[in-house]
Design a protein around this ligand. Structure first.
Ligand SMILES: Nc1ncnc2c1ncn2[C@@H]1O[C@H](COP(=O)(O)OP(=O)(O)OP(=O)(O)O)[C@@H](O)[C@H]1O
Ligand SMILES: [Mg+2]
Length: 273
């Protein structure tokens, strides 16, 4: 099991989009994949399923239920109980909704629970992607404790790259204190507009970001309406718009990610070889 946290505390840079598309592409390539929605906004969840198809969410797994007077201390549910099948074969999801926001108020020891639950129940998966919220809070920390790698989507302008040094600092703290195995997988430049000349200031920001993150994937994801439309169809863009250039870019990013993880492009061919 390789776990990848998709993180950037800057909002709207494509964390959920990159998680959804990479998880779908890896599953379509034959990897058993789990996508965990670790954001109370629940955008990853709503891009796959309607709320009426699940009852148990990540908040039931990470948050201790309220104590009832006279009853024994209740336990949160195991991760297994929250796992749902997605519309894509080989891809399962752990849904979330606004109730997960309460996690920020929970005692610190629960920050380890996601890591422990993934170790206990995630063994059947080759790859786990965690969609992180746009804050440097306890949920992000829980995701970083659980992860082997961090993937950082960035919007392709100076504003989109703000705050990367804070994220890099948070990652460094997690590496020092809890998870020394945590590595930076790289940055993905998203919402790229090829015809727009970057200002000198933006170019400087991009260079600084490259320095902080260490690796930037060659594939830039362009701003394509097909990518934005896909969630309303409850499908990833690689299926919804499979003949569009957007899908080509997403597959090419998948190839780069799998290569950096040391995995073959296709799990089935790896078995045959
Ligand atoms: N390459 C793209 N082309 C077109 N639209 C995109 C692209 N990437 C993301 N979007 C759209 O931009 C919006 C923000 O993307 P997304 O939700 O993935 O960002 P996020 O970083 O997860 O946001 P948040 O910080 O709120 O969780 C969404 O409406 C999404 O559909
Ligand atoms: Mg998101």
């Amino acid at each position: 099991m390789i776990t990848i946290a998709v993180a950037n505390q800057k909002g709207g840079v494509g964390k959920t989009t990159v998680t959804r598309e990479l998880a779908a592409c890896c599953a379509l390539r034959g990897y058993q994949t789990l996508a965990v929605d670790c954001d109370p906004q629940g955008n990853l969840t709503s891009s796959w399923v309607e709320p009426d198809v699940y009852e148990v969410t990540l908040s039931h797994v990470l948050i201790e239920p309220d104590i009832q007077i006279g009853s024994p201390k209740p336990e949160p549910l195991p991760l297994d109980d929250a796992i749902l099948e997605s519309p894509v074969p080989s891809l399962d999801i752990v849904p979330s909704d606004i109730r997960l926001a309460r996690f920020e108020l929970q005692p610190d020891y629960l920050t380890h629970r996601l890591r422990n639950q993934l170790k206990e129940h995630g063994g059947a998966y080759d790859l786990v992607f965690i969609d992180c919220p746009p804050q440097l809070g306890k949920l992000l920390t829980a995701a970083l404790y659980s992860a082997d790698y961090v993937l950082v989507p960035c919007a392709a302008d100076a504003m989109g790259l703000q705050g990367l040094s804070d994220l890099a600092y948070t990652i460094e703290q997690v590496r020092k204190n809890v998870n020394s195995e945590l590595r930076m997988l790289g940055a993905v430049i998203n919402l790229y507009k090829p015809l727009r000349n970057l200002s000198a200031e933006s170019r400087g920001a991009v260079e600084a970001a490259i320095e902080l993150v260490g690796h930037v994937f060659d594939t830039n994801l362009h701003d394509y309406s097909k990518i934005a439309e896909a969630p309303s169809q409850k499908l990833p863009a690689v299926i919804y718009a499979k003949n569009h250039r957007a899908a080509d870019q997403l597959w090419s990013l998948t190839d780069e990610v799998l290569e950096r993880l040391g995995l073959s492009r296709n799990k089935i061919s790896a078995v045959k070889r």
